[in-house]
Design a protein around this ligand. Structure first.
Ligand code: HEM
Length: 121
C-alpha cells in the first residue's frame, strides 16, 4: 500500500547531489556489499540507508534496493520482475501512484543523483 502522506516529523534534507549512476552502478547499493542503500524512483536516486531494516536484505521492500523499481511502485507490486525502471504501457492511475511515491521519497530521503540510461538500441 502506498502511504501517501507527509512525514509526521519534518525531515531536514541535504541539498540534492548530482552524481550520475548507471543501473549497474546503482545495483551495488543494495545493502549487501555496501552499507549504503539507494533506491531510484523515476530516475532520481535516493539514499534510503536510514531505513536499512526496510530496504536491506530480508526487509519488506528489499526488492527495490539498488534499483530503479518505478514499475513496481507504480503497480503496487513487489514482484522481482516488476522492480524495473521501464514504465511503458502503464495507465494514468499507475503513473499517478508513481508520482505519489516520488513525492513520498522526496520528502524523506536525500537525493544523491540520477540514473543515466544507456541506450542499447
Ligand atoms: C498488505 C500490504 C501492505 C501493507 C500492510 C503495507 C504497509 C506499509 C506500512 C505500514 C508502511 C510504512 C508507512 C510509514 O511509516 O510511512 C509501508 C511503507 C511502504 N510500502 Fe507498503 N504495505 C503493503 C504493500 C506494499 C506493496 C504491494 C508495495 C509495492 C509498491 C509497498 C511499498 C511500500 C514502500 C515503498 C514503502 C515506503 C517505505 C519507506 O521508505 O519508509 N507496500 N507499507
Amino acid at each position: 500500500m502506498a502511504p501517501r502522506f507527509a512525514p509526521k516529523e519534518p525531515i531536514t534534507l541535504d541539498p540534492p547531489k548530482n552524481t550520475l549512476f548507471t543501473l549497474e552502478e546503482l545495483s551495488k547499493y543494495d545493502g549487501v556489499s555496501n552499507p549504503l542503500i539507494y533506491v531510484a524512483v523515476n530516475g532520481t536516486v535516493f539514499d534510503v540507508s536510514r531505513q536499512a531494516k526496510v530496504y536491506g536484505p530480508g526487509g519488506s521492500y528489499n526488492v527495490f534496493a539498488g534499483k530503479d523499481g518505478s514499475r513496481g511502485l507504480a503497480k503496487s507490486s513487489l514482484k522481482l520482475e516488476e522492480a524495473v525502471a521501464d514504465i511503458t504501457g502503464l495507465g494514468e492511475g499507475e503513473l499517478t501512484v508513481l508520482n505519489d511515491w516520488f513525492s513520498y521519497f522526496s520528502q524523506r530521503y536525500n537525493v544523491v543523483g540520477k540514473v543515466v540510461t544507456t541506450s542499447k538500441i
